[in-house]
Design a protein. Structure first.
Length: 289
């Protein structure tokens, strides 16, 4: 076991080289490529600070185990995140990305803004960076002052908004309003394509999958332009015909209907575990300058 002095020296070097905020120990290594072939070959390269934030051993184990499916360093690099930015994360959940973005943005003088209430897992802001939170729902007001954010990020949320008439358009309008001219909207969403939209449950997205055309149309209506897309979060093993929609797959791994207790006859959970997490769009939109 290294001595306390060695750990302190390592921490100091990490802060200097990776520009990560003090209060947590980070490993100065790029996350290793998994050996199961699930990591796409062509990916954007994360800067040293972002790679170190992802490699931080203090992150929750439940989050780290999902990196092989969510590719956080490559995804954020594709969106173009920088430590000086003001970044709004929509519906951050239990804090998977807040654990990464909070320290990373704090280190460079940027700002992390989440929607909802303070996430318990990252409530120690001396460890996880400075965070602020704002309301966001079908009737909420602006996400911030007009033109105050460099980037808005939404991960696997759009299908939920489609269950409420008008919510997708309202959300895209909120994103466009808070973004600076030239700002970026980054979207990751369960991908319905190449199936027809009607197979995905129409605009209700009842199985959790959403067609690219639906997302692009809503963003375009709000004045945003699709700039690029990536296969970082693609999963060709996802057949998108699961008995409980996308929630049949990890991390939800549903094995029975909602409100039910018995799996269908012949249901094999190992089949869905082997598929892994869903096939996903990774789309980068920009607000015209």
């Amino acid at each position: 076991m290294p001595s306390t002095d060695v750990w302190e020296d390592t921490l100091k070097r990490t802060i200097l080289l990776a520009a990560i905020c003090s209060g947590a120990l980070f490993a100065c290594t790029t996350p290793s490529t998994p050996s199961d072939g699930s990591m796409p070959a062509a990916m954007a390269k994360a800067d040293a600070g972002l790679a170190a934030a992802v490699a931080n051993p203090a992150r929750a184990d439940a989050n780290k185990v999902r990196d092989v499916h969510r590719h956080p360093a490559e995804t954020l690099a594709f969106f173009g995140v920088k430590p000086t930015m003001t970044v709004v994360e929509i519906a951050p959940g239990a804090g998977y990305y807040a654990e990464i973005l909070g320290p990373y943005l704090t280190s460079g003088g940027g700002k992390y803004v989440g929607t909802g209430t303070q996430i318990a897992a990252v409530s120690d802001q001396t460890k996880w960076g400075v965070q602020t939170y704002v309301p966001f729902n079908a009737t909420s007001g602006p996400l911030g002052a007009p033109g105050s954010a460099d980037m808005v990020l939404t991960f696997r949320n759009i299908h939920n908004w489609m269950w409420q008439p008008g919510f997708v358009d309202k959300a895209m309008g909120d994103f466009a309003a808070v973004l600076k001219p030239g700002g970026v909207l980054g979207v990751v969403e369960h991908r319905a394509d190449p199936r027809p939209e009607t197979v995905a449950g129409g605009r209700s997205a009842s199985d959790g999958y959403v067609a690219k055309a639906t997302i692009v149309a809503a963003a375009t209506k709000a004045g945003l332009v699709l700039e690029a897309e990536s296969e970082i979060n693609a999963n060709p093993k996802d057949t998108k015909d699961h008995p409980f929609g996308v929630w049949t797959l990890p991390p939800n791994s549903m094995a029975a209907p909602r409100g039910g207790s018995a799996a269908p006859e012949g249901f094999d959970p190992a089949k869905y575990k082997a598929i892994g997490e869903s096939d996903r769009h990774t789309l980068r939109f920009r607000k015209p300058a």
